[in-house]
Design a protein around this ligand. Structure first.
Ligand code: 0O2
Length: 225
């Protein structure tokens, strides 16, 4: 029997959501995504202004690159399932803090903290949480500074704080994280201890390189912000 026949035979027992409810949830979801896209645009603009200002007034820039993403529906569902959350808009809003994600890549470790300080002192930004995986790396060697912030966005008739996760890290940390993400992060089950240890060793090499490069920056007086 084909899958389609099976579907047809069971069709009477499958309860589709009431059309009105479904459209309402779909609309709320799209609104939520729009709010987060707006916050990404706004925080990215703040970061680009800082980047432009330093380009203009200094010999070098503490920001190498900025990229952003809205978390995909699949990724959101996956995370909510892992956390055992009900699939409701309020559970999504309250518990998933990285719907809007921005990544800032910096040349030196001290630039990471400098950019973070510059950003959080802006009046529209409220810091909700700081996760410093540089001072306290994850067990697998992951390093990055995560700021969960609320950015005030003005819409036509309402002003709302929208949550954005900002990951700030060095080029070396990003090299490791991007590579590891492909190799391991989404494939926990078939990852061996040997591969885990090798990756952790690579993370240590990156961290050592970051420290040496930071020392060189000091020798060349590149940390005078
Ligand atoms: P993706 O694909 O980037 O969206 P919480 O958000 O606090 O409820 P979580 O997700 O454990 O719980 O927070 P955490 O540890 O701060 O991680 C958030 C994000 O950091 C992840 O998002 C990754 O982008 C990145 N990250 C964290 N740990 C690792 C790691 O070991 N390796 C790599 N490459 N990235 C990591 P997502 O949703 O997991 O993934």
């Amino acid at each position: 029997m084909t899958d389609l026949n099976e579907f047809e035979n069971n069709a009477e027992e499958i309860h589709l959501p009431n059309t009105i409810d479904y459209l309402d949830i779909e609309k709320q979801y799209r609104q939520l995504m729009f709010m987060h896209e707006a916050a990404i645009e706004q925080v990215t603009a703040k970061l680009n202004i800082l980047k432009g200002e330093f380009q203009f007034s200094n010999d070098r820039n503490p920001i190498s690159s900025i990229c952003s993403r809205i978390k995909s529906k699949e990724s959101i569902i996956d995370k909510m399932q892992k956390k055992g959350l009900p699939f409701t808009i309020s559970a999504l809003l309250e518990n998933i803090k990285d719907i809007a994600g921005i990544r800032v890549i910096c040349p030196f470790i001290e630039d990471v903290y400098f950019v973070a300080r510059m950003l959080v002192k802006q009046p529209d930004i409220e810091v909700l949480e700081v996760k410093d995986y540089i001072r306290e790396p994850k067990d697998n060697g992951y390093r990055s500074l995560h700021l969960i912030v609320s950015d005030r966005v003005n819409f036509s008739n309402v002003s709302r704080g929208v949550t954005v996760e900002i990951q700030i890290r060095t080029i070396a940390m990003d090299f490791w994280a991007s590579t590891e993400h492909q190799l391991r992060y989404k494939k926990e089950t078939n990852f061996t201890k040997e591969a885990h240890d090798k990756l952790k060793y690579c993370a240590e090499l990156m961290a050592e390189a970051d420290r040496e490069i930071q020392n060189l920056a000091g020798d060349f007086d590149l940390n005078q912000w």
